[in-house]
Design a protein around this ligand. Structure first.
Ligand code: ADP
Length: 396
């Protein structure tokens, strides 16, 4: 089977084409800065890597171009060769607890959750419509970022607000990065030679967006992101947890309106707000030169993470393994070490040699004396989406 995965973001479209035989990737790429006067197109096949600039203008044009490039670069001969298209959809509300075939009813529901994810759901939907306008009769599947967190109990997902806000407006915690948390939890269990159902795990997805998940018996029982991806850890440019009083203070004492405050908390805060950049590599370089704001940004980032690990250790009752993933989790040995050396209460012992060894594979980094196993497990959200897409198609 050939499965195309589309990840339609606010200003970019990423794609990966999978052949399900060995889950090989005959083509992948992305178009970024879609709304800028000039966008950048990356298109990779086994034999060539193309990067060039072109005016794209909107998501439909971007998807149209990527699909046509699959043919012009002879990756496929006709669209009919595609057996399915899997879409990453950010918000499935409290309705979708697993991936589903895209139907008119599903599209209506995804649209109805747009107020909960205004930057993502309308664009995810646009991706599906763009495909439909170009290709007939190829089934599309929606894979939801929220679905894995469907098992979180109500006492963990409810906010302490009047019931009517939950019942009438759906105001509750949903959680995100579900595909990634589920994938790295499963991969780590497999690498440990265990069944995921036997393990109590804390998975740390540390990228530009960052979240922690407590996984027990293979199910998410709590996660740090909430009704929106703004809650929880300090992130690349998002504030994470914040006293809501700060928002009222800004409204009452500055000229900022709700949209401007939302923009501030989503795009100007986090690592960027403290150190002026959301790039952890640059922050690490500046730490080496004793830059005080870079040091503070790292200290804050790590402190928030260890607080969540402590909380989730209490929630789980026991922790077998801590899993690092995402751009920072996979590549920043410095961040991993800073986190692990602060977890002495939990009996965590990192092996500094294993931690700093150049390795991009799924690997353990703990000392044999550690009470909790430590793993670095690369995430692959596209592969996970492709596998879930195939499961839905096979059920048809
Ligand atoms: P996104 O959430 O946008 O998918 P990523 O998972 O790609 O983000 O993570 C981006 C973050 O990972 C950035 O802060 C980047 O600096 C960091 N990162 C990537 N490579 C390294 C590295 N070698 N060392 C330290 N940080 C890294």
């Amino acid at each position: 089977m050939k499965v195309l995965v589309l990840n339609t973001g606010s200003s970019s479209v990423k794609f990966k084409l999978f052949s399900t035989k060995k889950w090989s990737v005959p083509a992948s790429g992305m178009i970024e800065n879609i709304f800028e006067p000039v966008s950048t197109v990356y298109f990779n096949t086994k034999n060539e890597q193309r990067i060039y600039s072109e005016k794209i203008g909107n998501h439909a044009n971007a998807i149209g171009l990527l699909l046509k490039m699959l043919i012009s670069h002879r990756v496929i001969i006709a669209f009919e060769e595609l057996d399915a298209i899997g879409h990453r959809v950010v918000h499935g509300g409290d309705l979708f607890c697993e991936a589903v075939l895209v139907t008119q009813e599903v599209k209506n529901k995804i649209a109805s959750f747009a107020p909960l994810a205004p930057l993502h759901n309308p664009i995810n939907l646009e991706g599906m419509l763009a495909v439909e306008s170009l290709i007939e009769n190829v089934p599309q599947v929606a894979v939801f970022d929220t679905a894995f967190h469907h098992t979180i109990p109500s006492y963990a997902y409810r906010y302490a607000l009047p019931n009517s806000l939950y019942e009438d407006l759906g105001i509750r915690r949903y959680g995100f990065h579900g595909t990634s948390h589920h994938y790295v939890a499963s991969q780590t269990a497999k690498a440990m030679g265990k069944e995921i159902h036997e393990l109590a795990m804390i998975t740390l997805h540390l990228g530009n967006g960052a979240s922690v998940c407590a996984v027990k018996g293979g199910k998410s029982i709590d996660t740090s992101m909430g009704m929106t991806p703004l809650e929880g850890l300090m992130m690349g440019s998002r504030s994470g947890d914040l006293d809501p009083g700060v928002i009222f203070y800004l409204m009452n004492h500055t000229q900022m309106n709700a949209d401007e405050i939302e923009h501030l908390l989503n795009t100007q805060s986090g690592l960027k707000g403290i150190a002026g950049t959301n790039d952890m590599r640059k922050i690490e370089e500046r730490i080496n030169k004793n830059d005080p704001l870079a040091i503070l940004a790292m200290e804050m980032f790590v402190y928030r993470i260890i607080k969540y690990i402590g909380a989730y250790a209490a929630v789980l009752g026991d922790v077998d393994v801590l899993v690092f993933t995402g751009g920072i989790g996979e590549h920043s040995a410095k961040t991993r070490e800073a986190i692990c050396t602060k977890l002495t209460l939990l009996g965590v012992q990192i092996d500094t040699h294993l931690n700093t060894r150049n390795n991009t594979l799924c690997r353990s980094i703990h000392d044999p004396s550690s009470k909790i196993a430590l793993w670095v497990t690369p995430t692959d959200e596209e592969l996970c989406i492709a596998k879930e897409t195939v499961q839905v198609i096979n059920r048809l």
